[in-house]
Design a protein around this ligand. Sequence first.
Ligand code: SF4
Length: 328
Amino acid sequence: MIFDIQRFSTHDGAGIRTVVFFKGCPLRCAWCENPESQEAGPELLFDPKHCIDCASCLRPEAGGFMHRNAEGRIAPARRAQRALGAAGSAGGGRPAEPAAGLTAEPATGLPALAELCPSLAIRIAGREASAEEIIAEVMKDEAFFRKSGGGVTFSGGEPLAQGALLRELLGAFAERGVDCAVESCLAVGRGALESVLPFKPTWLVDLKHTDEHAFREGTGGDLTLVMANLKLLAETGANMVFRVPVIPGFNDDDASMRGIMEFAADLPRPSGGKPRMDLLPYHDLAAGKYAALGRPYPYPRGLAVSTPRLRRQAEAGRALGLDITIGG
Ligand code: SF4
């Protein structure tokens, strides 16, 4: 279950990269900029600004996912949203049984619904894709990878949550000589991580906080799991880049940033070199996606990271021996 394949990315690893976005994430970060990545199943996004009221999505073959609301406007049907939510929480990325009255197969019915809409007001995030299909799509950019020192990056969502697919893809691209990177929050069991280590990808790893309580408040996840996995990666000499989202009111204060940087600097480094860390300032550009998903934006709007403070914190991190970049 993936929700996008994005080409020509220059921010998700070395060189020009094609990014495969896996759908489904164990965390629920309040500032998440890809909210459509969180649920494991397909989700409907609707932007009324693009709707031309052609009523194509009300036709019987559209499955009853859209309706006219009390004001007579086109909108997702509540019943459909509930059914999509149920599909999304099913295990293993597979949609659950559809609710009565909806299309027989949400996994195939939903993309068809988007195709009925001529104005792109309806978008479906999430589709099943075979490893062969993903490999063929990514290999179209092989020449750019060779020229730029790039490759493929698996992001999400959480790629390790779909371990079998990830392992198949890592093996296939290794055979083809394509560089691989995995972007992960590492909030997964140790076994899931260990099963991927032999492929030796570059790891773009989240490190959001070092205080257990704050981490749980902000992400809903278990920090001990993340820290244990970071240590495991470091001990095996994995090539790692720390990606730290700098979030006002969560971790942008000096004590939180210092905790994050000290943790990264103190990890074992069997092969030497400076640990690399990208500081990624918060923005609320994803607010439109939350609206399209019918969800309230979960974090205060309009907050900004203080650039002078971030520069000062970056200098403090460099003094600890980290190779720090603001942005990524
Ligand atoms: S098919 Fe698209 S443009 Fe037409 S009414 Fe439905 S949402 Fe609006």
